[in-house]
Design a protein around this ligand. Structure first.
Ligand SMILES: [Fe+2]
Ligand SMILES: [Fe+2]
Length: 187
């Protein structure tokens, strides 16, 4: 009976490997954002640090969701080990350049999983991964928007302080948008 319960009906080994790699990548993203939050905190960018702490939590959730999915569909989720992450940054702008670079790498990895799912005719996992496709579009967009602020406001004088204030507004708007979307989903 146990064999029947654990029998792979949908999760092929190559998909399971790719999903476990994604769990690791999300976990790495979580640690990267935590290090960014710490640097921002130490350098007086209170609001931006708060955003990054929250982002770090969100990345952990992203990883955990895939982790649970792997087990749910009969695979074996592997607890990821994460290596060293960047702790020092030259500027606040550099933090967001690193964040965007990291998000682009995650987007590419997710797209590759979707391609693999199609090739393997694993439509359940493809459907599951579409949430991540949307999420990546939003996260990249937010990083780009913030990098634009450095161009628009500039980094001289009170520029960085202003950007920190703007970050609080952007994150609040994002949270409100998320709440609205959830309410719509319920209705
Ligand atoms: Fe993520
Ligand atoms: Fe992300």
């Amino acid at each position: 009976m146990k064999d029947l319960v654990r029998m792979r009906t949908s999760l092929k080994e190559e998909i399971e490997i790719a999903l476990n790699a994604q769990v690791k990548m999300e976990s790495e993203a979580s640690q990267k954002y935590l290090a960014m939050a710490s640097w921002l905190d130490q350098n007086g960018f209170e609001h931006t640090a708060a955003c990054m702490y929250k982002q770090s939590d969100e990345e952990r959730e992203h990883g955990l969701k895939i982790f649970k999915y792997i087990n749910e569909v009969g695979g074996a989720a592997i607890t990821p080990t994460v290596g060293e992450v960047q702790q020092e940054f030259g500027s606040m702008r550099e933090v967001f350049e690193a964040a965007l670079q990291s998000e682009i790498a995650v987007t590419n990895a997710i797209n590759k999983i979707v391609t693999k799912c199609r090739q393997a005719e694993d439509y359940a996992t493809e459907d599951f991964m579409m949430w991540y496709v949307t999420e990546q579009r939003e996260e990249e967009q937010l990083c780009r928007r913030i990098l634009e602020l450095f161009e628009l406001i500039g980094e001289e004088g009170q520029g960085l302080w202003l950007i920190d204030q703007e970050l609080a507004k952007l994150k609040a708007a994002e949270a409100a948008g998320g709440a609205e979307a959830e309410a719509e989903g319920e209705g």
